[in-house]
Design a protein around this ligand. Structure first.
Ligand SMILES: NC(=O)C1=CN([C@@H]2O[C@H](COP(=O)(O)OP(=O)(O)OC[C@H]3O[C@@H](n4cnc5c(N)ncnc54)[C@H](O)[C@@H]3O)[C@@H](O)[C@H]2O)C=CC1
Ligand SMILES: O=C(O)C(=O)Cc1ccc(O)cc1
Length: 295
């Protein structure tokens, strides 16, 4: 049982954690803070939080666990502003999408309280944001990755693991650097590609006409281009090296496909498309876990 949970950033990710723990009866009191008054009011009205704090300091003062779920670019400022107001045994954890930048920010901002910081990332979400997008079941049967570092207190790590398990998630530990490379490939690159494709089509004068004939594949691929622009700007800049490396690989693959089409090289296309199909059919259809799309 968590006595007092503080959620900084009561949107999709922070709100869903609060709702999951409340629904399971595993938290006594939830205090929330978001930069926007509208988000705080909405989170209160939806029963996501019990109290809306007027400041970051007030939000964490009496909290046992502080979950920070703001866009990555806002994490360091939040850590700096809460550091002096944490109880001695308080645990700080986060849900940011790439970990190295956040671990560095927490190390700098939290000082001697950094050992009570547990970096985390729920691999679950949707393209929607804000308190109204939050729902209690978001994390059920989804993976949550924790990326503890050498300094991370073992008891804090286990408490955060237990908290996520209580939402119905499967919790895994990973090295920070490995996490960022893996997530760049499976999440960050696909979002960049979807934003680029939809943005490119949106510039066409005949965009509405073109989209009228879109089939299911376009809908599947473009859904994530509805995701929040600030959040994805911060992820791209925050995990730049891994994303840049993958963009280079992707561009070289695209160049080869372009070349094959120009040269009428059907064998090459069969080879590339067939390999992708076999990989997806055999490896990506994991029947034990839901995918990351809307539940
Ligand atoms: N959306 C998704 O599917 C997933 C997002 N994440 C990560 O979770 C974090 C939160 O994302 P969402 O919940 O989707 O965003 P959201 O936009 O739904 O919620 C973020 C909340 O943070 C507040 N906020 C923004 N800047 C702030 C600041 N400086 N101080 C205090 N509050 C501030 C906003 O008012 C908003 O209520 C991000 O770091 C994101 O990378 C992780 C997994 C999935
Ligand atoms: O909506 C989807 O399909 C997602 O991929 C959601 C998502 C977005 C960001 C993350 O760090 C993790 C999951």
């Amino acid at each position: 049982m968590i006595k007092h949970l503080s959620i900084i950033g009561v949107g999709l990710i922070g709100g869903s954690l609060a709702l999951a723990l409340k629904k399971a009866g595993l938290v006594e009191k939830v205090t929330g803070f978001s930069r926007s008054q509208a988000a705080r009011d909405e989170a209160l009205a939806l029963g996501i939080i019990d109290n809306a704090a007027a400041s970051l300091a007030e939000a964490v003062t009496d909290a046992d666990i502080v979950f920070v779920a703001v866009p990555m670019g806002a994490m360091q400022a939040v850590f700096e502003q809460i550091a002096a107001h944490l109880k001695p045994q308080a645990i700080v954890t986060d849900g940011g999408s790439a970990k190295q930048q956040i671990v560095d920010a927490a190390r700098e901002a939290l000082g001697n309280k950094f050992d009570r910081f547990v970096p985390g990332h729920p691999i679950a979400g949707t393209e929607k944001s804000g308190p109204s997008a939050a729902f209690a079941e978001l994390y059920q049967q989804h993976r949550v990755v924790l990326t503890p570092v050498a300094e991370t207190d073992k008891s804090a790590l286990e408490q955060v693991r237990q908290m996520w398990q209580q939402t119905g998630a499967d919790v895994f530990d990973m090295e920070v650097e490995h996490h960022d490379v893996v997530l760049a490939a499976t999440s960050h690159l696909p979002h960049v590609l979807a934003f680029n494709l939809v943005g490119m089509l949106a510039k066409r004068e005949d965009c509405d006409e073109v989209l009228r004939y879109a089939a299911g594949g376009f809908r599947d691929f473009s859904r994530i281009a509805s995701s929040d622009a600030v959040m994805w700007r911060d992820i791209c800049l925050g995990n730049r090296n891994a994303i840049l490396e993958l963009l280079q690989q992707y561009r070289s693959g695209l160049d080869q496909i372009e070349q094959a089409i120009r040269q009428d090289d059907g064998d090459f296309l069969i080879d590339v498309f067939g390999r992708a199909k076999r990989a997806r059919d055999s490896r990506f259809a994991d029947p034990t876990l839901k995918d990351n799309s809307e539940v």
